[in-house]
Design a binder for this molecule. Structure first.
Ligand code: PLP
Length: 425
């Protein structure tokens, strides 16, 4: 969902330049110290799970009587897996519960593909002359960092309101066997909040790919993170891939990082039986079993899948007013001058703001010099390079509402000043 303003009112903006310079000087004089950089949960959100601090209490066994304090149980605690299999719409036998970071599971997946390849890989990916990867933009900087670190060349396709441009992806993968995979954040994508439609999901799992081991890393980080009463369901990609005859194409990841605690949650991986076996084979060399005490603590805290859904509604009550403040300030301050385009997300953790092309870096610098930390311009693109220098990712979850409001008012001043400077030449 994107709010599009009319084209910039150049005459009004350049006329307002002296006034905007004054507003910026006043902003600097306030000596602010505000931060809209990373999508972290606020302390108030973390507090929602504080009952977990006392769990699992004196319980040391799971439902089946397994001692959770000991080694073993590589798949993760059965009752927690059952709960999340329902929430993530995957068969429980195909879902693993792991450590505290789904990013680690994604990283390990790509590293193991580089080192060993998948069962049907002609060779470990690191032995291929070139490995390429599709990244929809704007996207998640840490996905891009995984590829960059491992020397995987990134190719961009545009994001649409319904997810990555599936026709562009299909055209790229059809006859290029060096393209081994792509990132997808299917629900409330980072940063643009888009949701992959069932049609796009079906197109991605059905399309012919020249690489026999082509994988979609389906990062469902925000599957349950609704900001409105409409609790959008994620396209069931693991099931769709199986139905399309490409069961190994999709590997799904998720976690409770933004459900319970970002530093002490539980991460999940779900895929075909063959991919799960492949992942476990390599994991078994690295671990004798996950933190089942944390799994049990989570299972007891939630009680059921509905317990998780109910808990997410409490997050929504805290988060929704912050997102409303961001979009209201942008509409109020930028709308008057026809500058910018921004998303009005229905879930997730971000608002994606496109400023006047060529001015995003300037906006971030102006904000920094006024004490407002923003994600670096370009971060939402591979190699940190936004070809149009226009996208800025705003993350309003962490600061309290009054700080979000103060920061966004300041950001609006910086966006307008940068646009006015650029238009005035
Ligand atoms: N995936 C996306 C799209 C994210 O935005 C984030 C965090 O910002 C993560 C994954 C990190 O997940 P985890 O905490 O499970 O490693």
């Amino acid at each position: 969902m994107t709010t599009t303003t009319s084209s910039p009112n150049a005459a009004a903006l350049t006329a307002a330049l002296p006034e905007l310079r004054e507003a910026y000087a006043a902003l600097q004089a306030k000596g602010l110290k505000l931060d809209l950089t990373r999508g972290k949960p606020s302390a108030e959100q973390l507090d929602l799970s504080d009952r977990m601090l006392a769990l699992p209490g004196d319980r040391s066994r799971d439902r089946a009587g397994t001692d959770v304090r000991n080694y073993g149980g590589l798949d993760g605690l059965p009752e927690l897996r059952e709960m999340f299999a329902e929430l993530l719409d995957v068969p429980v036998e195909q879902l693993l519960a792991g450590g505290n970071a789904s990013l680690t599971m994604m990283y390990d997946t790509v590293v193991w593909a580089m080192l060993f390849g998948f069962p049907e890989s002609p060779a470990p990916w690191s032995r291929e002359e070139k490995v390429r990867w599709i990244c929809a933009v704007p996207g998640y900087d840490r996905h891009f960092a995984v590829c960059e670190e491992l020397g995987i060349e990134m190719i961009t396709v545009p994001m649409t309101e319904h997810g990555p441009d599936a026709a562009a992806v299909a055209a790229l993968v059809a006859d290029d066997p060096t393209i081994k995979g792509m990132w997808v954040v299917p629900t409330y994508a980072n940063p643009d909040g888009s949701v992959v439609s069932d049609d796009v999901a079906r197109a991605l799992v059905e399309m012919p790919a020249a690489a026999p081991d082509f994988r979609i890393l389906w990062d469902n980080a925000y599957a349950l993170h609704h900001l409105t009463g409409t609790e959008t369901r994620t396209a069931p990609a693991v099931r769709l891939a199986a139905a399309a005859g490409n069961p190994d194409r999709v590997i799904m990841f998720a976690s409770t990082s933004k459900i319970t605690w970002a530093g002490a949650g539980v991460a999940f991986l779900a895929s075909s039986p063959s991919n799960v076996a492949w992942y476990k084979k390599h994991l078994a060399k690295a671990s004798i079993g996950p933190d089942k005490v944390n799994h049990l603590r989570h299972a007891m805290f939630f009680g059921s899948a509905d317990g998780v859904r109910e808990h997410m509604r409490r997050h929504r009550q805290i988060l929704a007013p912050k997102f409303e403040a961001v979009t209201a300030i942008l509409a109020d301050r930028l709308g008057a001058y026809g500058v910018g385009e921004w998303t009005d997300p229905r879930g997730g953790y971000f608002v994606s703001l496109d400023v006047l092309p060529g001015t995003a870096s300037r906006v971030v610098t102006l904000a920094k010099e006024a004490g407002i930390a923003l994600t670096p311009a370009g971060a939402t693109f591979p190699y940190g390079k936004d070809p149009e220098d226009k996208n800025i990712r705003l993350a309003p979850s962490m600061p309290p509402l009054d700080e979000v409001t103060a920061a966004m008012d300041g950001v609006a001043t910086c966006v307008l000043l940068a646009a006015a400077e650029a238009l005035a030449g």
